[in-house]
Design a protein around this ligand. Structure first.
Ligand code: B12
Length: 586
């Protein structure tokens, strides 16, 4: 797919020698990331680098610099326009630490999964390193850490409220959410030394004077100030509710938040890319490989190398996940033709063995989602599906079925699976998709995320009911039996979500005992920045103010983790399942 075009090098340069090969005497833009450099559309910085190069700028990437040595950023010299910084594909603290606040033994975004290749709170560390290396240079930041920490937020690993990360990064501007629209505009303004105001999808910090002169007009709403939030724990719930209410790009306001005499200005949310624009982003000339300087495997690349992202956005709004305040609720689907061109690109890779491991995104059954945009214009919901599916939202599943059949007909494709989580509530309303999925696209087991079974906890999680999970299980087993396939469901549950006491966890325990089910994957609740679950964790209250159980210390959490880790039979492939499979009994 990609060879050295005058415009786009095989890989974006990472050193002088590669600059020379690309014909670059000087870089216009330098990008710094906490992940290894993988030139693939599943890696945010690769998209941004390719996009800025496509705009005509000379862009280089420095991946996982030595954060104690500014010289490590100077290998390609001082960039002419500015620097873009990201901690990587996810928050550096999520990458470094487990839910138990222990250092992870591996980091799937580093070579060989080696941990410790990035510093804690990587974004401010890298931004300050840039300033040391290139005094006076313009700095912007993007990616999940910048996005989820754009305003005051609770940092679980430090167990405290932190100010907007604009304060400690001292970056000129943040891009929040998906970066394709605002990032080129930011660098255009950097290049022409223009003011950085009014760019949707960005956030910036105004000094004392500018804050005093700033006229908010009708465009913005106020968040509690940093000082007010330090003084009143409940203010984090107020902030979180306001952010969720203003995330609809059709009617969302910008946000203002005082930090002393300075002012954080968050511009209104972005309009998502159109389907054609999303196709174009995925069809930039990626090498679809890690940079050749890496001699060992990069687990995060292995996880996605034969997978295709076909959607952006998520209608779910689950309380433990921040995607809605990053990608938005408006789901945008790529065109079938563009997806087929990506299948061609994957099948051209020497590493391709005939299996497409995933066709998905935030969920595996939201491709082809449709909205009645007119009616969405005044929507302030935090979810299109919870507590009940909104009538303005539809996803029949028929477009997924059509896409899956087209990919399956590709001569190089032997197997095609869906590994992105399946939204159970939607799947029960997508009978054709359910049948197609279970008959043809399950590789021995299907991961589904009921997350819990207690009515109260599912309510707090903003997830579909336990009854929908049981119904899904029945349908799965019925259809598997009918098509003679011995395959299993792997349920994912979360322990210690706020509002889940031992009584609620017993519901999950009883279910797993009844089915003699031993889980392999255990997910303990991580209070991630900017999620409703974190606001409940920090305030000890539900969104309606009801006090909820919160297990904070490891000792308190151990009991529920134990419920998920308990060995109930030999393996997930429950022996009783085989009996049930053969005898058709529940
Ligand atoms: C695929 C995936 C994985 C894959 C990784 C593959 C990969 N390449 O990322 C695997 C399976 C390895 C994985 C693992 C984990 N994951 Co995961 N994963 C995802 C998933 C589903 C897609 C990521 C993706 O493809 N993003 C696409 C890129 C293009 O999007 P992006 O990073 O947002 O980039 C855009 C913007 O941020 C911006 N941008 C990005 N970089 C830059 C740089 C600059 C300079 C600028 C200006 C802009 C910019 O522009 C980009 C283009 O629009 C996301 C959910 C999601 N849909 O985002 C969860 C997610 C990233 N994972 C998450 C988590 C929690 C994990 C785990 C910790 C789970 C676990 N408990 O084990 C582990 C990590 C363990 C570890 N550290 O080793 C969380 C992270 C939350 C957070 N606050 O960081 C997410 C968001 C899921 C969630 N719903 O909360 N994951």
């Amino acid at each position: 797919m990609s060879s050295d075009t005058p415009h786009q090098p095989r890989f974006l340069p990472t050193c002088r020698e590669e600059m020379k090969k690309a014909g670059y005497d000087e870089l216009d833009i330098l990008l710094v990331t906490g992940d290894c450099y993988v030139d693939h559309p599943s890696f945010g910085v690769a998209i941004i680098g390719r996009l800025l190069t496509d705009c005509g700028w000379k862009v280089g990437i420095i991946a996982q610099p030595d954060w104690r040595d500014p010289e490590s950023l100077k290998v390609m010299g001082r960039p002419r326009i500015g620097v873009g910084v990201t901690s990587g594909n996810m928050d550096s603290m999520v990458c470094l630490y487990t839910a138990g606040r222990r250092l992870r033994r591996d980091d799937c975004f580093s070579e060989n999964g080696e941990p410790g290749k990035r510093p804690p709170h990587a974004l401010p560390v890298y931004c300050q390193l840039v300033r040391q290396a290139f005094p006076g240079i313009k700095v912007m930041a993007g990616g999940l850490e910048a996005s989820f920490r754009r305003v005051v937020h609770y940092d679980y690993w430090q167990d405290k409220l932190r100010p907007s990360m604009l304060i400690d990064t001292k970056a000129d501007i943040f891009v929040y959410g998906m970066g394709e629209r605002p990032t080129p505009e930011v660098f255009r303004r950097f290049e022409q030394d223009l003011p950085l105001d009014n760019i949707p999808g960005t956030a910036r910090l105004l000094g004392k004077k500018a804050a005093e002169e700033f006229d908010p007009g009708e465009k913005y709403v106020w968040l509690p100030s940093y000082e007010e939030m330090l003084a009143d724990r409940d203010a984090l719930m107020t902030e979180t509710k306001t952010i969720e209410r203003e995330m609809n790009y059709l009617c969302g306001h910008g946000l203002l938040q005082k930090h002393g005499d300075r002012l954080v200005v968050v511009e209104p949310p972005l309009e998502p890319l159109t389907s054609a624009e999303l196709d174009r982003v995925h069809e930039l000339p990626y090498a679809r490989l890690p940079h050749p300087k890496y001699k060992s495997r990069i687990p995060a690349y292995d996880a996605i190398k034969d997978s295709i992202q076909v959607v952006r956005g998520c209608p779910g709004g689950c309380a433990f996940c921040g995607l809605v305040v990053h990608q938005g609720r408006a789901v945008m689907s790529r065109s079938e033709d563009s997806v087929m061109r990506e299948v061609d690109a994957i099948s051209d890779l020497s590493t391709f063995k005939g299996t497409i491991s995933d066709v998905g995104g935030a969920a595996g059954n939201i491709y082809g989602s449709h909205y009645d945009k007119e009616k969405c214009k005044s929507c302030r919901r935090s979810s299109c599906l919870f507590p009940t599916p909104c009538p303005n939202y539809s996803c029949t599943g028929l477009e997924i079925v059509k896409l899956l059949r087209r990919i399956s007909e590709h001569p190089a494709v032997k197997h095609l699976y869906i590994n992105s989580g399946i939204r159970l509530d939607l799947a029960l309303r997508q009978p054709e998709f359910m049948r197609e999925l279970i008959e043809k696209h399950v590789s021995g087991h299907l991961k589904v995320a009921p997350e819990h079974l207690s009515k109260q906890v599912l309510n707090y999680m903003r997830k579909s009911s336990a009854e929908e999970f049981y119904r899904f299980m029945e349908l799965f087993e019925e259809i598997s039996r009918t098509c003679g396939k011995e395959q299993y469901i792997i349920p994912l549950f979360i322990s210690n979500f706020p509002g889940c006491s031992a009584k609620e966890m017993k519901v999950v325990d009883d279910f797993l005992n009844q089915h003699r089910w031993s889980l392999q994957q255990v997910q303990d609740f991580i209070p991630l920045p900017m999620t409703m679950g974190t606001a409940m964790y920090y305030t000890g209250k539900a969104p309606d103010g009801t006090p909820v159980t919160v297990n904070r210390g490891l000792a308190e959490r151990r009991e529920q983790i134990g419920v998920l880790k308990k060995k109930r039979s030999f393996s997930e492939r429950r022996p009783d399942n085989r009996e049930r499979f053969h005898k058709g009994k529940r």
